[in-house]
Design a protein. Structure first.
Ligand code: URA
Length: 435
């Protein structure tokens, strides 16, 4: 029996791995010496037995060392980044990135694509005709220097181990492990040169963390890795029981982000964006505290500067941004079965409906339809009459439209009484918070 077999058996029996074993596993996955069936077996043992804090840090370290490290120090300014653990209707990066630049700081991000029921920023940006998400490293740096904002796709050479492991986890039911999630998120952030990071950890049905306790555990592990690498990491915990905003689907979400950039749009998207800006901007070289940061960000949304920076950013990255100018697909409406109040909108069901409509991928090789998605006409707390529209699903394909609307119908709960007001920001913890 070979070494990998023994490592799998060791973990299966609930024993802690040591650093050399973790490193041998990661190196073997990258070199191809560890076949995917053995890697999957070890991942499953990790999910079932959990990872200790040390195992999580060793895993992150081995993953970071599997590729190149990007050095952003030539910019001589802190480069800020935020990362979301993934949600439904989460278009916050589209607003926050130009907003941070409009406030005088630098926002640079390597981002991912949507997988499963969660959306990805790159797919949203690519719904703008011409928008280029693949930039050579030199262009990425020059753009940050010139306009203070750039969002690009993850370079193939950064953390190759995560790309391989994440693809396996996605198809073997092994995403849901706090240590694996924390190592995967933080390895990419450390390797891509981020100076200071705010994590938006989503909580609820539409997120990887079902409750606040689990999100806090992922946050604690992420902060420990950030501290080990000298990258101060702040965690914001935000609600993902219902979708964020009223749109789910790539181009629909860009349109909604544009509304928020103009000082309009849904209050929950604005609130999460401002809460993140209040965490991020004090980490820049602007001498702002959290209250000043929030006030500056609010002003930039309301006086048009954030929208102006979004237009400039699109232009420089090749995008031809024309609000409202996209092909509207045929829609199927979901109607209220009774009069009352919307008491819940299940983010997972809405995410799945949007994915079925064509907005998301079923496999990594799938293409997405930029115009497909879901528009929520009513959200939690809204009053509705019997037979009124709750939501519309847009898809090019009538069969997919029908299938998606059947799932979408299950997302809504309508009751006789108005629900209590929802809290969107559920808590925060920074690098100094005891783990
Ligand atoms: N996001 C990541 O980057 N990795 C995970 O494992 C989960 C969410």
């Amino acid at each position: 029996m070979d070494f990998v077999h023994d490592v799998i058996a060791w973990k299966r029996d609930g024993r802690e791995l040591d650093e050399p074993r973790v490193r041998a596993f990661v190196d073997g996955v990258v070199s191809g010496a560890v076949p995917s069936y053995q890697a999957s077996a070890l991942l499953m043992a990790m999910v079932l037995r959990g990872l200790s804090d040390d195992e999580t840090l060793w895993l992150a370290r081995a993953m970071i060392d599997s590729g190149k490290l990007l050095d952003l120090s030539v910019l001589r300014r802190p480069v800020l980044d935020k990362h979301s653990s993934g949600g439904v209707g989460d278009k916050v990066t589209l607003v926050l990135a130009p907003l941070v630049a409009a406030c005088g700081a630098v926002f640079g991000k390597m981002s991912g694509r949507g997988l499963g029921h969660t959306g990805g920023t790159l797919d949203k940006l690519e719904s703008i005709p011409g928008f280029r998400v693949q930039l050579p490293q030199g262009d990425f740096l020059r753009q940050l220097e010139r306009i203070g904002v750039a969002v690009v796709s993850q370079s193939e050479r950064i953390v190759p181990a995560d790309r391989l492991l994440y693809a396996l986890r996605d198809v073997t039911g092994t995403v849901e492990c706090n240590g694996l999630i924390a190592a995967s998120i933080m390895a990419k952030k450390v390797a891509s040169g981020t100076s200071a990071l705010v994590l938006d950890l989503k909580v609820g049905r539409g997120a990887f963390a079902a409750d606040l306790a689990q999100a806090k555990e992922i946050g604690r592990l992420c902060r420990a890795i950030g501290t080990a690498y000298g990258r101060p990491t702040t965690c914001l915990y935000t609600a993902m029981d219902a979708p964020l905003g009223r749109t789910v689907g790539n181009r629909l979400e860009v349109e909604e982000a544009w509304q928020v950039l103009k000082g309009e749009g849904p209050g929950d998207v604005r609130e999460v964006t401002l809460a993140l800006a209040a965490e991020l901007l004090p980490l820049a070289d602007l001498g702002l505290d959290a209250a000043e940061a929030r006030a500056r960000a609010e002003a930039a949304l309301d006086d048009g500067r954030a929208a102006e920076h979004f237009e400039r950013w699109c232009y420089v990255q090749g995008g031809r941004w024309q609000p409202g100018e996209f092909h509207r697909l045929a829609a199927h409406e979901v109607k209220a079965p009774a009069a009352g109040y919307v008491t819940a909108v299940d983010a997972l069901a809405v995410g799945r409906a949007a994915q079925l409509a064509g907005a998301g991928r079923r496999t990594v090789d799938d293409t997405v339809d930029a115009a497909a998605g879901v528009l929520l006409e009513r959200s939690v707390g809204d009053a509705v009459q019997s037979g009124e529209s709750l939501a519309a699903v847009f898809s090019r394909d009538p069969a997919r439209r029908r299938e998606a609307s059947t799932v979408l119908e299950t997302a809504f709960t309508v009751g006789p009484d108005a629900p209590p007001a929802r809290r969107i920001v559920l808590g925060r913890e920074d690098a100094a918070t005891a783990g």
